[in-house]
Design a protein around this ligand. Structure first.
Ligand code: DCP
Length: 218
């Protein structure tokens, strides 16, 4: 067994909005020796009473920069959280924030080129100066129309205006990063799971990753 002194085996769970990242993390709650770090969406919805996620969706050109800079801070906090177990499972990472969301906001013109430049400099600075552990990426691969239906069904109030085209573009950016390897940084091997499956079948699919994740914990 790994000891508390060695660095944990660190797994990022990535995939489109509504791909089941939280459900995937919940699946691993039954195992000992794993630290689960779910995405701090609640912090994004309530920073000193301000719902940054809502502001970002309602007025993207005004709030995207503020929102993404706060996302970066909260993700960096997760990356740096001391972990007393041999395995650390994280929902998303600084990488998907940069290569999927910020990238989309830059290409669509939501971010002013100067705003993008500042976010990109922060990202580069962090990558150069701070060691970010990454041992495995679990990519919950989905079809955009499938997650679009899920997003509509779960009806998170901020996401009501999200169009299918946005989900399709985010899908393409995840594929470019994790499958087509279009960026320099893909920090770890990628395990691809079929996350289109519905809840009754998804447990079997999740189990396919147990061996790679849990062998580090036993
Ligand atoms: N978001 C964003 N920029 C980021 C990260 C997330 O704009 N860098 C937004 C997209 C969603 C919300 O935050 O509206 C949460 O997105 P996630 O895909 O990270 O989390 P979900 O809760 O949708 O994940 P899942 O349904 O897979 O559990």
């Amino acid at each position: 067994m790994n000891t508390m002194n060695t660095k944990p085996f660190t797994v990022f769970v990535e995939g489109n909005i509504g791909s089941g990242k939280t459900t995937f993390l919940e699946h691993f709650r039954r195992f000992e020796d794993i630290t689960l770090l779910t995405e701090p969406v609640e912090e994004w919805r309530n920073l000193k009473g301000w719902n940054l996620l809502d502001l970002m969706y309602k007025e993207p050109s005004k709030w995207a920069m503020t929102f993404q800079s706060y996302v970066s801070l909260t993700m960096l906090d997760m990356h740096r959280k001391p972990t007393p177990t041999p395995v650390k499972l994280m929902e998303r990472s600084l990488y998907s924030a940069r290569y999927c969301f910020v990238e989309h906001m830059m290409r669509s013109g939501t971010l002013h080129p100067a705003e993008f430049a500042v976010l990109d400099e922060w990202f580069r600075f962090i990558m150069n100066q701070i060691h970010i552990d990454a041992d495995l990426i679990v990519y919950l691969k989905t079809t955009p129309s499938v997650v679009y239906e899920r997003i509509k069904k779960r009806a998170r109030s901020e996401e009501q205006c999200v169009p299918l085209s946005y989900i399709e573009e985010l899908h393409k950016l995840h594929e470019d990063w994790l499958i087509n390897r279009e960026h320099a940084e893909c920090p770890a091997p990628v395990l691809v799971l079929d996350a289109d499956l519905d809840l009754s079948q998804i447990t079997e699919e999740y189990k396919k990753s147990e061996h790679q994740i849990l062998r580090k914990a036993v």
